[in-house]
Design a protein around this ligand. Structure first.
Ligand SMILES: Nc1ncnc2c1ncn2[C@@H]1O[C@H](COP(=O)(O)OP(=O)(O)OP(=O)(O)O)[C@@H](O)[C@H]1O
Ligand SMILES: [Mg+2]
Length: 290
């Protein structure tokens, strides 16, 4: 518990009131990177507290998670080779099995457990894109193997969970239009889901302070950026690795009507609450190009 002068507690809570009023009833999709989960176990506790609080004040949080490091770790233990192209994982049949094990066997239940521990009566439900026919995808590129791009979202199962004031936690595996399963990059999955749910915000929680003008310098945070500027940074090679799918996903989400996209440091305690409930500009806010 943080030491805070009792006289200061009330103003801090009251400062949140206009934000709570603004966002009550709105859906917020939170993409939780496997990278944060690996870096800081404490970040999961902090995220769980934030999500449960949001749910209690009538905001509808939906979690989509990745699992990069956890899948890599399993692949190494099982002797399955790891390859990425433009931040996307090359996924042959053996890797698809590892992806399922990592996402559905390790990462998803650990988030659900954390939420249920702090949630009290607020329960959490673990799902993947297969459940309730949530996500359908087609193969993106034969060279990437079983990697898919989402072609359709049926959000019925998510809205059913939200209607019961429970928090859905979704692993980014989709049903392939060829009858198989497809590994969808979690950033893209989150963008498609945010669009289909009519979400107000899409928040990426990753292991960096936000989008950096120089990826080697943590103090080069870009607080606000337009999509057109991101294209220039992509071309200049400033955005690499896992930031590439995030930029494309941000574009996708804004095009599908999501109002705001943020990239925040998931390692910072309560980054999500600070972003939602105060004027403090944390991380990067991505705006559509005018
Ligand atoms: N300009 C940049 N600013 C910030 N991060 C960058 C930049 N260029 C490349 N990156 C890389 O992008 C990474 C974040 O993407 P990454 O895919 O690794 O994590 P994630 O998406 O949060 O987790 P997961 O893929 O497991 O869901 C950072 O750790 C950083 O190394
Ligand atoms: Mg990633």
């Amino acid at each position: 518990m943080i030491e805070l002068d009792p006289a200061l507690r009330a103003p801090v809570l009251i400062e949140a009131l206009p934000y709570i009023q603004r966002f009550a009833g709105h859906t917020v999709v939170v993409k939780y990177g496997g990278n944060v989960l690996g870096d800081e176990a404490a970040s999961l506790q902090s995220l769980a507290e934030d999500l449960v609080l949001l749910s209690h004040v009538g905001i509808r949080p939906v979690v989509v998670h990745g699992g990069g490091p956890q899948i890599d770790e399993l692949a190494r233990r099982l002797g399955v080779p790891i390859e990425r192209r433009d931040g996307l994982r090359v996924t042959d049949a053996a890797m698809l099995e590892v992806v399922r094990l990592g996402l559905l066997g390790v990462v998803n239940p650990s988030i659900v457990r954390a939420l249920n521990r702090v949630g009290g009566r607020t329960r959490s439900v673990g799902l993947s894109g297969l459940d309730g026919g949530l996500a359908t995808a087609r193969q993106l590129d034969a060279a990437l193997g079983r990697v898919g791009e989402v072609t359709a979202i049926d959000p019925t199962v998510i809205t059913a969970v939200l209607e019961r004031a429970m928090i859905p936690v979704v692993a980014s595996i989709a049903a392939g239009d060829d009858g198989g399963e497809l590994n969808v990059n979690a950033d893209h999955f989150a963008a498609a889901l945010a669009g289909a749910l009519g979400a107000t915000k899409l928040v990426f929680l990753s292991n960096v302070p936000g989008i950096l003008a120089d990826p080697t310098r943590g103090d080069s945070l870009i607080s606000e950026v337009e999509l057109a500027e991101l294209d220039e940074l992509l071309e200049a090679g400033v955005l690499g690795g896992g930031m590439v799918p995030k930029v494309h996903a941000a574009r996708e989400a804004l095009a599908r009507g999501v109002c705001e996209v943020h990239v925040l440091d998931g390692r910072a305690p309560h980054a999500l609450l600070v972003e939602l409930f105060s004027d403090a500009g944390v991380g990067t806010m991505v705006r559509g190009s005018r």
